[in-house]
Each structure stands twice: as C-alpha cells, then as structure tokens.
Design a protein around this ligand. Structure first.
Ligand code: HAM
Length: 413
C-alpha cells in the first residue's frame, strides 16, 4: 500500500471553527488598522534571496539556517519569505512610494516560512498580521504603532500580556557597543556556552538571549547598550515612552531585549503572553531606519511590528462560534425536479438569501433531515404539485407556484 500523504512537518490545515476564528481576527485587525490609516499590502510569497540576506542580516538565525531557499529553473536564487518587513520596504522603493505623503502606512496578513524545529506555537508556515510605517522618524510613529498592537491584542482577549521595550540606538552606537560587549565577553570566554562563544564576533548581542546558566551569570554584569545611547536616541526613546504612558499602554524598559532580525535601530519591543508555553512571543517589532539603504534605496526611516496569528489565537480564550444562519433549503422529490430546484437555489442566492441545495443524492426524507440539521428558516420542496414551502419557525406550510417562492419568503427574510 502506498503511504498516505500528510501535510509537511510544521504545517497545518485550517478547518471549521479555526477558519472562522481566523476570519474574525482578520476583521478585528482590519478595523483597528484601517481606522488608523493603514492600507492593506500584499507582496509575493517568494523574493530574491538577496533581499533577505541583505535586509534581515547574514548573521541572523533566520538567514543562516531557517530559510527555504531554492534555485529556480532559470538559475535565480529565490526564498520563501521568512518575514514581511524587507518585502514591504522593497515594494515601497520599487513603487516610488516616497512620492506619497509620508509616512506610508501599510498592513498585511500573510503567511511566512521558517525552517524551525516545530513545537507548540512554532510552525514552518505561519501567519502574521503586521504593519509598516515608512518615511518618518517621528517617535509618535513608534508609539502609535505599538498602541495599535496593544489594541489588537486587547480586542482578541489575549491573556497575560507583557510589553517590553528598549532602544538599540544608531548603527554607529550599536557598532561601538558591540565591540565593547565582544571585548567583555572575551574576558570571560570560558564561562560562556559553546554557541555564544562561537558567535562573539558575529553577534555578541544574542548572548543576552541565552538560557545557559554560565552565560546568564556573565551577562548580569555585561555593559548595557541603553547606557551608551547618544543623547538624541535617548530623547527618542523617552518620547516614545511618554506617549505610551499618555495612551495608558503599560510597558517595561528591558535593556537586554534582543530581536532575532538585524535591521533594527532605536526602538525595539516585544509582547509576550504567559498563556503561551516556551514560544511566548506574541508579537514584536521596532524601528529600522537603515533597512532601505541595506537593500539599495535612499535613506528612509521605518517602523513596524508583526504578531503571529496562531499565537494570538492560542493566547486568547476561544470565542463561541455561531453557525451561519441558512434562509432556505431547497429539496426535491424526484429527479425531474432537480433542474428547477437548481434554478430556485441560484435565484435565491442571487437575491441575497443563504441557500442550500440537496447535493448528496439523499431521499426526500434524508433531505428534510438535512434541512433540519442546517437550521434553515424555510424549506422549499419541489414536487409535481408545485412547491411546498414550509416555514420552519412557525411550522406553517403552503403550496405555492414555483415562480413565486422568492416573493413569499422575501417579506419575512
Ligand atoms: P518576528 O519577531 O520574527 O518579527 O516575528 C513576529 C511574530 O511572528 C512573533 O512574535 C511570533 O508571534 C510570530 N512567529 C515568528 N516565527 C514563528 C513561527 N515559526 N511560528 C509561529 N509564529 C511565529 C518579524 O517577523 C518582523 N518582520 C516584525 C517587524 C515588522 N519588525 C518591524 N516591522
């Protein structure tokens, strides 16, 4: 026997109530984001590999080991998008959106691909709702954007939320700090985990992320980037925080906050939920003022975030899902009534009524049982004597001319 095929590891099918829950999340997000002036954007599911190598950063886990990269038969290296910021910024540059009033505010709900080890809340194809505001370095952009994620998570009812915030300063400050941190780590190299030791030169900041007890001890006395910020970066951070306070968004300053992507400058933040297990990050983002230049554009500031759809749903209580109401169920007694039944169902739908037609070859008795199961308000039974129209709410039944069914139900529905 041939082996039954399954969805690839780390992927899933979306069925039934799950699909409804996602749809509702999308509607909630659309309402919140479009009221704030964000317009929907879609970019391709794959891009030139270079976009992510340069945009996300060669030293990140994402680029080093998690990308689905393939050579297209034409010889071009393509990658299934592991994240949305670099593609949206690429689209901004490609379509000359700098000519529009700035910042340009875009949002997306798309699927992304990372070859990570699958576990609860971590998939190889996952969905994100994200926003990008490109073209302004005003701290109000940062605060407004963070407030929107806060509102979205509140609206979904996500539990046990914690918002942590920090600043990475400018690339220059960060470069100097990286040197300082790397030098510090080298002085205590033998206490560090092998992984951290191997990446001192490449990405010393990731040491703050380590679980390894020795490394954690070393990091307790490590110099902090927040203490090295230039005055204008400090001021930017203070303004973002003041605006969040003014909007009533509780947050904590976390000087050890590290993000898995390289493009961040100044503001970085992350929201976690204690309703989730090890993969507690619900959403995160920050400012990326250097990203446009990394991918070959003119200097253009940007700010955004993304939140995992699966994690938002996992962190929220399941909402009751009501089955969609059915207005009319069209049944028929004999095969010769099939065609008029088909037409009646089509007409009813065109007139805006939720309509079901017998499609399973059931007997009339089976059809009526099925009609009952759908909770249809009306059942129309096509037979030799015309159409028997039954109001399922009142139990009232009458025989009507086939052409007048719509007329009879219109007044009620
Ligand atoms: P990220 O932190 O890599 O940021 O991902 C954002 C969110 O996507 C995470 O907090 C998590 O909820 C979800 N997520 C990430 N990986 C997985 C996975 N393997 N399975 C399930 N969910 C996952 C970004 O992607 C940035 N582009 C965010 C951003 C936008 N920064 C600026 N603008």
């Amino acid at each position: 026997m041939t082996e039954r095929l399954q969805a690839p590891r780390g992927t899933f099918d979306v069925l039934g109530d799950e699909a409804l829950a996602r749809e509702r999340l999308e509607q909630t997000a659309r309402g919140i984001l479009e009221r704030a002036g964000y317009a929907r954007v879609e970019t391709p599911a794959f891009e030139a590999t270079q976009l992510f190598a340069r945009g996300v950063g060669e030293s990140t886990d994402v680029v080093q080991k998690e990308m689905y990269t393939f050579e297209d038969p034409g010889g071009e290296s393509l990658t299934l998008r592991p994240e949305g910021t670099a593609p949206v910024v690429r689209a901004y540059l490609q379509h000359g959106m700098h000519k529009l009033p700035q910042p340009v505010k875009l949002w997306y709900l798309s699927s992304f691909f990372r070859r990570e080890r699958p576990q609860q809340g971590r998939f190889r194809q996952f969905w994100q709702i994200g926003v990008e505001a490109i073209g302004s370095d005003d701290p109000a952009v940062d605060a407004e954007s963070i407030l929107l994620l806060h509102e979205l998570l509140e609206a979904t009812g996500a539990r046990g939320l914690r918002l942590r915030l920090s600043s990475l300063g400018t690339p220059a400050t960060r470069a100097a700090y990286r040197e300082e941190l790397a030098a510090y780590l080298r002085t205590r190299e033998d206490e560090l985990s092998g992984e951290v030791r191997g990446r001192i030169a490449l990405n010393p900041l990731r040491a703050f992320d380590a679980d390894h007890p020795g490394t954690r001890r070393v990091m307790e006395s490590a110099p902090l980037l927040l203490d090295r910020l230039a005055a204008e970066d400090r001021e930017h951070l203070d303004q973002v925080r003041a605006m969040l306070d003014a909007a009533g968004v509780a947050h904590e300053l976390d000087p050890t906050l590290v993000r898995g992507l390289d493009y961040y400058t100044r503001t970085v933040f992350e929201v976690t939920s204690d309703a989730l297990g090890a993969q507690s990050g619900v959403g995160g983002g920050g400012r990326y003022d250097g990203l446009t230049e990394q991918i070959g554009g003119p200097p253009t500031p940007g700010m955004g975030w993304a939140a995992g759809v699966e994690r938002m749903l996992l962190a929220s209580p399941p909402l009751p899902v009501a089955p969609a109401p059915v207005d009319l169920y069209v049944a028929y007694a004999k095969p010769e009534h099939r065609l008029p039944a088909f037409r009646l169902a089509a007409d009813a739908r065109r007139a805006g009524h939720a309509t079901r037609l017998e499609l399973g070859g059931r007997s009339l008795k089976g059809q009526l049982k099925q009609a009952d199961r759908t909770g249809a308000r009306y059942v129309a039974i096509l037979g030799d004597e015309g159409v028997a129209l039954k109001d399922m709410e009142t139990g009232e039944q009458k025989t009507v001319e086939p052409g007048t069914v719509m007329h009879h139900i219109r007044g009620v529905l």
